[in-house]
Design a protein around this ligand. Structure first.
Ligand code: NAG
Ligand code: NAG
Length: 520
């Protein structure tokens, strides 16, 4: 134990790697102390060698990346009568094994339930179990003055700056356009970013009945009742409403070419909107719903569904590479075969969710970087930095720089691994990427300065991860929004009052006249 006491033991020097940030790559040593990066530069090791208490990791020939941030997980989630099998312990361990050092999960109240209570419930599940840092988005599943007030309290006092609204799951979580308008307005007021699950829930509910009536009870019915247009329509509607109230919008799990095009067009039109494809949509496709093995097909069921058009993953990756899409999550929410089997005779009862938290980084490296679509800097942007900027964690997270948290992955870009349920670290008994060979393998994962995963071996303790509060009004998102409020708010035309004759309405007509806007 060195002169600085026990903490000095946590000193670490990552030597000679290629340090990759979203804007720059450089060969440098990284000195980590007490959980943060203390120095970055050439030859930080004194010529006489490592002093006592300093561990040196040789990273020559390897990449040194900011740890991944998975923007979208549902660990331990009670959903559709089951609970996702990966709890916050297993799920965050799997994340670390894949090079992800932070997740953002969702606290989701029932309709009529308190947002604050849901937030505290999720914290009580996560805090004792997490092995990496985490944060929480909160869902708005109904609307009232209480909800509005609780959003304010969450943003001001609890470290929540993102709220998700479901446009699907009618009768469970879905909210209508009026609620979206109210919720987006409140997000704007408190400096949060609005998130949407964009699918037309009314249409899905009707079309699902139709499929069942046609005798289509298997997983293919899940896609057939909610084709691409259902996602694209809701995406455009959400963007239109958000734009009306000048609220930044984040579309979670963009799954189709048409929804992705809607987002790309809106961005080119100057809208403050971000799209999040997920590992599943980038790595595989919806042809699996037609697989003859029921359990195989059922394991791909998630909402919005994977698309049967096999060119979809490549298309989404192109847009991610070119900044039409911005971040990547996983929607990681895993159910075992016996849980999926709740819907063996009716696809609407199959719990929705797929794996991804462990494999996201490798899948994106393989399909994005190895394929030549994006460079290593863009990889860091879409797996970590952009999420940190949008959700106001930057530069504490999402960057390797002096003063940043030492959430770091030593990444071997040339090594390969084959993804399989037999070897993954998740509790789930199926892997949607089974058999995929990925270049890009995390060798060492460091979470706030501690080596937590190395050469296949974990050194983690449940509860070691921390809840990371996020402040409202992220500059990356809100600078433009606030400027637009000042410069782009419409003003009335100044004119002399009209002094001419005004026609008289009959009394019964006058009531019609005053309510014209509500009842055209
Ligand atoms: C998803 O999370 C669960 C924990 O809920 C975990 O067991 C599983 O490994 C994760 N799946 C993927 C694909 O990351
Ligand atoms: C595991 O981490 C603890 C600190 O939490 C450390 O004291 C211990 O040496 C580590 N074990 C190994 C095998 O690295």
């Amino acid at each position: 134990i060195g002169p600085r006491g026990p903490l000095a033991m946590s000193r670490l020097l990552i030597r000679g790697g290629r340090v990759v940030n979203d804007d720059l790559s450089q060969v440098a040593d990284v000195l980590v102390e007490d959980g943060v990066v203390r120095a970055l530069g050439r030859d930080l090791l004194p010529p006489e060698g490592a002093p006592a208490g300093l561990r040196v990791i040789d990273a020559a020939g390897q990449l040194v990346l900011p740890g991944g941030i998975d923007t979208h997980t549902h660990l331990q989630f009670p959903f559709m009568g089951s609970r996702s099998v990966d709890d916050f312990h297993q799920g965050t361990k799997a994340a670390l094994a894949g090079g992800t050092t932070m997740i953002i999960d969702f606290a989701i109240p029932q309709k009529g339930g308190s947002l604050l209570e849901a937030f505290e419930t999720w914290r009580s599940w996560a805090d004792p179990k997490v092995c990496c840092d985490y944060s929480l988005h909160v869902a708005v599943t109904w609307w009232s003055d209480q909800v509005k007030e609780e959003m304010k309290i969450l943003a001001r006092d609890k470290g929540v700056n993102s709220f998700k609204m479901f446009m699907a799951y009618r009768d469970l979580y879905m909210v209508g356009d009026k609620e979206l308008y109210a919720a987006f307005s409140q997000c704007k007021e408190i400096g949060a970013i609005a998130q949407v699950h964009a699918e037309n829930g009314d249409l899905i509910a009707e079309e699902a009945k139709k499929m069942l009536a046609l005798g289509i009870t298997g997983p293919e019915g899940h896609e057939l009742c909610r084709p691409e247009a259902v996602e694209a329509e809701a995406t455009l509607r959400a963007i239109t409403i958000a734009s009306a109230v000048n609220c930044p919008l984040y579309v979670v799990h963009v799954m189709s070419k048409s929804a992705a095009k809607v987002i790309a067009d809106a961005r080119r039109d100057g809208k403050v909107v971000y799209g999040e494809p997920i590992a599943a949509g980038l790595g595989t496709d919806g042809t699996h719903y037609w697989n003859k093995e029921w359990h195989h097909a059922a394991h791909y069921v998630m909402g919005p569904p994977l698309r049967p058009d096999p060119s979809t993953p490549g298309f989404l990756m192109n847009l991610l590479a070119n900044d039409d899409l911005t971040t990547t999550g996983t929607d990681n929410c895993t159910f075992n075969t016996c849980q999926k089997a709740l819907g063996k005779d009716d696809f609407t009862k199959i719990p929705n969710g797929v794996n991804g938290v462990e494999d996201r980084m490798s899948v994106i490296w393989e399909k994005g970087v190895h394929s030549g679509k994006m460079d290593e800097n863009r990889f860091v942007a879409v797996t970590s930095t952009n999420a940190a900027k949008i959700f106001n964690l930057y530069p504490r997270k999402g960057r390797i720089a002096v003063g940043s948290d030492a959430d770091i992955v030593i990444w071997d870009p040339k090594a390969t691994r084959t993804i399989s349920a037999k070897t993954h670290h998740q509790a789930v008994d199926f892997n949607i990427f089974e058999g995929m060979v990925c270049h890009g393998v995390p060798l060492v994962t460091i979470s706030r300065g501690k080596v937590v995963y190395e050469a296949g071996v974990f050194n983690v303790t449940a509860g070691e991860g921390k809840f990371i509060p996020r402040k409202p009004f992220a500059e990356y998102v809100y600078q433009r929004i606030q400027q637009r409020d000042q410069t782009c708010t419409p003003v009335p035309v100044e004119r002399a009052p009209y002094k001419g004759e005004v026609s008289k309405l009959k009394p019964k007509d006058s009531t019609v006249g005053t309510t014209m806007q509500d009842h055209p």
